[in-house]
Structure formats: structure tokens, C-alpha cells
Design a protein around this ligand. Structure first.
Ligand SMILES: N[C@@H](CCC(=O)N[C@@H](CS)C(=O)NCC(=O)O)C(=O)O
Length: 238
């Protein structure tokens, strides 16, 4: 039996991490029996990030490596029916979502002073009250440093919003008017995009990035459609 290790719920999200949600969607769509295990502290993960998949006694960290593993163990079902061009577009859009837009989602939660109390409550609520502010601001410092090293963190808020707008326009343009990216069944690339967008549209309260994403109705409808199809939702029920 496979075990997928993900974060506990936070910010109105049952599955708060886009990478964890993508892996959960894929496992479900492939009908692979698996259970979910929650881990609040990513430092305990093999590579310091979630998700990871426990396969018997082995741990496989990173959602993309999990995707590749599942493609191998299902004899190619993950990418079945996709042309080289489909895969090219799928990988490029996934990189846009996961390696660029994602960092602005992180910044919109962690680095906005107005939103910060939600992070303290949502991610550090289980830490004893006395040491919570110190632990939380240590982690925030680390996020700020990483955002700076990525490069996005060197830009003004207005410039960051510009980068985010162009990413959102690109994603909206790629999916608007289509049921799914390639045909009438969603695949791993749809899961990557919709998992990212679910976190942006549905986190509570909304962030500055939620506000920028709202006008893209095609992208919003697509995000809901992919989740409906697979029956796995980022947001908490109710
Ligand atoms: N490339 C990794 C990225 C995973 C990732 O960034 N996970 C975040 C949560 S969304 C994490 O665990 N962050 C904890 C940290 O960086 O300390 C994947 O695809 O699994």
C-alpha cells in the first residue's frame, strides 16, 4: 500500500500544497490504492519538502519523481495518448506554474504583512504559544531569503504583480474554452495547473494573488472542472 505524506489542512484548504494535491489527484485518477498521512514539519521529509510517497519501506520525495514512478509502475498510463507536442506544452506550463507562479503564491501568503497572521495560525498553530512567534518569524526569514535568491523577491510589489498577471494570462489563454488541456480527460498536466490554481482561488482569506486571478473566469472554471472530474478538491469540504 502506498502512503502519501502531505501537510495538514490550513487556510480553508484540505490539501494546502499544490505539489501534494497534484500527487493526490494523480494517484486517485490512476485508481492506485493509497492512504494520506499528515506531517506538519517538512524538515522531517527526506528532502525537507512535501510531498513524499512511502512505497513499502522506501521514501520517494518530490511530486515529479512520484509522477515518473507512477508512470513506470502503471506501464505508461500517466502519459498515455499524449503526443511529444502535448508533453512539451504540458511540461512548459507545469514549469510556469510550479517554478514561477508558485513563488508568488508563497510570497502572497508569507510575505504580505496583512496576511502573515494567517500563516502563523495555519502553519504554526500547533507550536506552543510562547515560542510560536520566534519559530514562525525564523521560518519567514528563510522564505524571504529563498524568494530573493529565486529573483522574484528583488522586484517591487507592482513588478511582482506584473509577473503574476502575465503568468495568469498565459495559463488562462492555454485552458480557456477547452475542457481539459488535451482531450476530454484530465491528465497530470491538468492536475499540476489546477492544483496550483486551487490554492490561489480557494485559500481563505484571499491574497493579492487571488485578486489578480479572479477576473480569469475561464481558468477558474477549468480549475473547478479538473477537481470535479477526479473528485479530489484542494478546499476543505463545507
Ligand atoms: N519540487 C517539489 C516541491 C515541493 C515543495 O516545494 N513543497 C513545499 C510545500 S508546497 C514545501 O514542502 N515547503 C517546505 C519548505 O520549503 O520548507 C515537488 O514537486 O514535490
Amino acid at each position: 500500500m502506498l502512503e502519501l505524506v502531505t501537510f495538514p489542512a490550513a487556510f480553508g484548504m484540505r490539501n494546502v500544497s499544490p505539489f501534494c494535491l497534484k500527487a493526490e489527484m494523480l494517484l486517485t485518477s490512476l485508481d492506485e490504492p493509497f492512504t494520506l498521512r499528515e506531517e506538519a514539519d517538512p524538515r522531517k521529509a527526506p528532502k525537507g519538502k512535501l510531498p513524499y510517497l512511502i512505497i513499502d519501506d522506501e521514501c520517494l520525495a518530490d511530486s515529479e519523481l512520484i509522477v515518473e514512478y507512477l508512470d513506470m509502475t502503471t506501464q505508461g498510463r500517466v502519459y498515455a495518448g499524449l503526443s511529444a507536442r502535448d508533453k512539451g506544452i504540458g511540461v512548459a506550463l507545469t514549469r510556469l506554474a510550479e517554478d514561477h507562479l508558485y513563488w508568488m503564491m508563497v510570497a502572497s501568503r508569507w510575505l504580505d504583512d496583512g496576511w502573515w497572521p494567517n500563516v502563523v495560525e495555519g502553519f504554526f498553530g500547533a507550536v506552543p504559544k510562547l515560542i510560536r512567534p520566534v519559530i514562525a518569524s525564523g521560518a519567514r526569514k528563510q522564505v524571504r531569503r529563498t524568494y530573493h535568491l529565486h529573483g522574484l523577491g528583488r522586484h517591487t510589489a507592482e513588478e511582482q504583480a506584473g509577473f503574476a498577471k502575465r503568468d495568469l494570462e498565459a495559463l488562462n489563454g492555454a485552458v480557456d474554452g477547452k475542457t481539459f488541456l488535451f482531450g476530454d480527460t484530465p491528465n497530470v498536466f491538468d492536475f499540476a495547473i489546477s492544483a496550483m490554481m486551487a490554492g490561489i482561488y480557494d485559500n481563505q482569506p484571499g491574497t493579492w494573488l487571488t485578486e489578480l486571478a479572479q477576473p480569469h473566469e475561464g481558468l477558474h472554471a477549468y480549475t473547478r472542472r479538473v477537481q470535479d472530474h477526479v473528485g479530489v478538491y484542494g478546499r476543505s469540504p463545507g
